[in-house]
Design a protein around this ligand. Structure first.
Ligand SMILES: [Zn+2]
Length: 471
């Protein structure tokens, strides 16, 4: 980052939106004469402010449920929703959604009557003697005990007037809406129950075939069931955890049953990030060349054949979106990026990411290199004409169920791969990876529009000049 700071000098304050102008490349580095990132402290009232387009991506609610988060700590309110006759449940087993048999893109929502023997009871609140004791009351707020009951998460209310026109007014108070309550329910792996007319869908293949509204419920439900499943033990002391707040909080069981002779677990005091569901931000970027007529796309070896996509990576602590884009592109492709512009974001429930979509501009004349972090099998600049042609074919964004499952496996393999630091790779392995990167592989597919990478690519390919002018 020190070097980039030199390249894109943080000295000019007036060019926030204006298009990139001339830049030159010399053997000693880049000398940009047109575009410079701007520090917040440099902004003046005369600065231009860019308001991005409002893009709603797949997996974001279309529209979202009204989550009514302020009901979560009230067992009484949550049980009212749970016992409502119209309540609906989306089920997950091994993080796979229950869908209609033979129709993997259609969620099979069940009623309370259909799931009641698998719920594991209602939400419980403080006992009468605890109500006057704030600390005691807090550890029982909409709890689910014992800690072995299946995860049950209150997702919110579908308050769209069109969802049930007989009972929902056209306009209503968003703080007290009427509508259909939705819950996500975990079905334990050892439970053989398969509701009539249903099957467990492959997560990514099923979800990508859902309509946008159902995909929003799937995304929230899957991420929350996953979070509850992965956090069964307290990170501070190793004791089991239990569910509170309608599935949106977990706490150490030593809050209820202190261990004699031991100090209270430190997870029970102060502000920390143990108790609440996490969303891990991932930066994903369409990097353009200087003229804006080519995009930098890469592929991992584990991806389906011929698929290239935008570069991406986790945002690290202490980084802004813009810094993260520049670091990732440098690490993965050896390319330095100047201006960066946020485009839109997408919840990505595999397992709980928020994809932050950006565009960035790189200067021409740089060599792609893959040997810095060895994450990519290949990376190339692709002309807009080539990507447009690809998008116009029926196969250019087509992925079979097997491809989708391969991508799911690639994601989990990547987690394993990430544990192996570059420094732990042998020189021979590094050499082999570099050699592979020099192969000119053939692009035949880019992600579909249900993935934000596919959206970033399309927006540029189909209306590229607008994107270029804003960078
Ligand atoms: Zn603990």
């Amino acid at each position: 980052m020190r070097f980039l700071g030199k390249v894109w000098r943080f000295t000019h304050t007036h060019r926030i939106i204006t298009p990139c102008r001339s830049s030159t490349y010399s053997s000693v580095g880049y000398h940009s004469t047109g575009v410079h990132p701007v520090r917040a402290t440099d902004l003046t009232s005369k600065s231009l402010v860019y308001m991005g387009d409002n893009i709603v991506n797949f997996y974001a609610g279309q529209p979202p449920l009204n989550r009514l988060s302020f009901h979560r700590n009230s067992a009484e309110k949550l049980n009212d929703h749970l016992h409502a006759e119209n309540a609906r449940f989306i089920l997950f087993k091994d993080f796979k959604p229950l869908v209609h048999a033979g129709e993997p893109g259609k969620t099979l929502f069940l009623s309370r009557e259909q799931v009641k023997s698998h719920l594991g009871g209602d939400f419980t609140g403080p006992s009468p003697e605890d109500i006057g004791n704030k600390d005691r009351a807090r550890i029982h707020e909409s709890a689910r005990l014992p800690n072995t009951v299946p995860a049950l998460v209150f997702l919110g209310i579908d308050d769209r007037p069109s969802a049930s026109p007989d009972s929902v007014p056209a306009t209503q108070d968003p703080t007290a809406p009427k509508g259909v309550p939705y819950f996500a329910l975990e079905v334990k792996t050892d439970n053989d129950w398969l509701p009539e007319g249903g099957e467990w869908g492959d997560a990514r293949a099923s979800a990508s075939a859902m309509d946008g509204w159902e995909a929003g419920i799937f995304a929230a439900g899957r991420a929350m069931v996953d979070w509850n499943a992965r956090n069964k033990f307290c990170p501070a002391c190793g004791s089991p955890t239990y569910s509170l707040w309608g599935g949106w909080k977990r706490s150490c069981t030593t809050a209820i049953s202190p261990i004699p002779g031991k100090e209270p677990c430190f997870s029970l005091k102060g502000l920390h990030n143990f108790a609440y569901p996490r969303t891990d931000p991932v930066i994903i970027m369409g990097i353009l060349n200087e003229a804006g007529d080519a995009m930098l796309l890469g592929r991992q070896k584990s991806w389906p054949k011929g698929m290239y996509s935008c570069l991406a990576g986790f945002i690290e602590p202490g980084e802004s979106f813009e810094e993260s884009v520049r670091r990732e592109v440098l690490e993965e492709a050896g390319i330095q990026v100047g201006p960066v512009r946020y485009s839109s974001s997408q919840p990505w429930p595999y397992p709980a990411n928020l994809m932050v979509g950006c565009y960035g501009r790189a200067l021409d004349g740089q060599d792609i290199r893959l040997d810095l972090d060895n994450e990519l099998e290949d990376c190339q600049w692709f002309p807009r004409s080539q990507i447009s042609a690809l998008l116009s074919t029926s196969t250019g964004t087509h992925f079979t169920r097997a491809d989708q499952n391969q991508l799911d496996r690639a994601t989990s393999d990547k987690e394993t791969e990430a544990a192996l630091a570059p420094s732990e790779k042998t020189p021979e392995e590094l050499e082999r990876l570099v050699a592979q990167g020099k192969n000119q592989l053939v692009i035949t597919r880019v992600p579909p529009g249900t993935a934000i990478a596919g959206k970033l690519i399309r927006i540029w390919a189909e209306g590229g000049l607008e994107v270029v002018s804003k960078l």
